[in-house]
Design a protein around this ligand. Structure first.
Ligand code: HEC
Ligand code: HEC
Length: 169
């Protein structure tokens, strides 16, 4: 959008340079350009989150509480890795142990009543189903994340595809 503005501004500027009130017009255009630049910065409040000079190291914000409602959440689209509805603090995933699998593995779910990792988690890159979870899916938190009980940092305008489909009909 900004490059389009430039394209519109440039011919306007050259036309004005020829006119008698060129300098007034130029000042007006410059003011508009400044206002546009201001609006662009205002739309990115995330840039000001640091709230300290670049050479200062402020205290880190307090750790937020992890959501632990144990209720599975809707996915925003079918391929979304579901977010984790329970806290995972202290759950280790390394070469020797995978705490997640102690509840989510095929054998563990009878005891834990957790949903089993899906069949895609057993597939290698050629779609071949392996006997155990593939190394590509071993580090669960690469894709699955717990949630915090906080207000969103910036406004989110995401629209679910089901809402879009309804609008289209
Ligand atoms: C003590 C057992 C246990 C452990 C350990 C555990 N989970 Fe869970 N998990 C559950 C249960 C039970 C559910 C079902 C919802 C609930 O009760 O919280 C669940 C739900 C989930 C879901 C939501 C699935 C869906 O379809 O919405 C994800 C994702 C998940 N867990 C990921 C993980 C990851 C990643 C780890 C390791 C960091 C982990 N879990 C460790 C028991 C466990
Ligand atoms: C590379 C990304 C990735 C990794 C790593 C990964 N998952 Fe998933 N997971 C997904 C996606 C995407 C889905 C939803 C689509 C599907 O089932 O494949 C999913 C689905 C799930 C589900 C829901 C299954 C269902 O049938 O409702 C659970 C539970 C789960 N994962 C647990 C785990 C655990 C535990 C690990 C670690 C051992 C793990 N995942 C590692 C991407 C990942």
């Amino acid at each position: 959008m900004r490059s389009q503005d430039h394209r519109r501004l440039r011919p306007a500027l050259s036309r004005m340079r020829r006119g008698p009130f060129a300098w007034i017009a130029c000042a007006a255009v410059a003011a508009t350009a400044l206002a546009l630049a201001d609006a662009a910065t205002a739309a990115e409040p995330i840039a000001t989150l640091r709230a300290a000079a670049i050479d200062q190291e402020p205290d880190a914000p307090a750790m937020m509480r992890q959501s632990n409602k144990d209720l599975r959440r809707a996915r925003n689209y079918p391929e979304q890795p579901p977010t984790i509805p329970h806290k995972i603090r202290g759950y280790q995933i390394n070469l020797k142990t995978n705490k997640c699998m102690s509840c989510h593995s095929r054998m563990a779910v009878e005891q834990s009543q957790a949903p089993m990792v899906s069949i895609t988690h057993f597939m290698d890159r050629d779609g071949q189903v392996l006997a155990s979870v593939t190394s590509r899916r071993y580090f669960c938190t690469q894709c699955h994340v717990p949630q915090l009980e906080v207000r969103p940092l910036i406004e989110n305008t995401f629209v679910d595809v089901d809402t879009l489909l309804k609008k289209g009909n």
